[in-house]
Design a protein around this ligand. Structure first.
Ligand code: AMP
Length: 197
């Protein structure tokens, strides 16, 4: 089993890369942003609550997000492993993830950050916003607020994972294939190639 966390600011390419990696390594991809958007689309209570935060580019409160993540993990008891995309984003979430995995005799094997410059990310997000219709991708102030949330609340997790020797960084600029290759090189240091499906 292999459990990965993909780190990176909004627009760094976490979702795109997770979609390739989940096929390559037979992992279940959990994107908390996608689960929130699914709930918003379906008008659930969780969706209505999350929307008030997402629309401003703020993080959704920890407990709501942690409970949702637990449900997603528990829906997949037979998974060969998980790619967590957009979770954890705060210290409380990182600790809750460790506790949840420990309960199930699991652990995080690696966290990998996709690095890219803010100006590149803003450009990418505005382009994505035109296609996806995501309102949080269409407004530079909201995008900058999401970057601030990342810098204040998520970036400190780098130290948390570095202390456990589980933090890696790859250059997030390049073609999709090049970046998948860089990520795979990190993953293959923690999982022998012969076990890859
Ligand atoms: P994303 O699709 O990962 O860019 O997430 C979109 C939005 O969903 C974020 O700006 C937050 O408002 C919310 N969100 C997603 N994941 C989390 C999380 N782990 N903690 C809090 N809020 C989150």
């Amino acid at each position: 089993m292999i459990n990965l966390v993909l780190f990176g600011k909004p627009g760094a390419g976490k979702g795109t890369q997770a979609n390739f990696l989940k096929e390559k390594y037979n992992l279940k991809h959990i994107s908390t942003g996608d689960v929130f958007r699914y709930n918003i689309k379906n008008g659930t209570e969780l969706g209505q609550l999350a929307k008030t935060y997402i629309d401003k580019g703020d993080l959704v409160p920890d407990q709501v997000t942690i409970d949702m993540l637990r449900d997603e993990v528990e829906k997949n008891p037979d998974a060969d492993g998980f790619i967590f995309d957009g979770f954890p984003r705060t210290g409380a979430q990182a600790k809750a993830l460790d506790t949840l995995l420990k309960e199930k005799d699991m652990q995080i094997h690696a966290t990998i950050a996709l690095d890219a410059d803010d100006q590149v990310l803003i450009k990418r997000l505005l382009e994505r916003g035109k296609v996806s219709g995501r309102t949080d991708d269409q407004d530079v102030d909201k995008i900058k607020n999401r970057f601030e949330e990342y810098n204040e609340k998520t970036a400190p997790l780098i130290e948390y994972y570095q202390e456990q020797d589980k933090f890696h960084r790859v250059n997030g600029i390049g073609s999709i294939e090049e970046i998948t290759q860089r990520l795979s090189e990190v993953i293959e240091t923690i999982r022998p190639p012969k076990t890859i499906k």
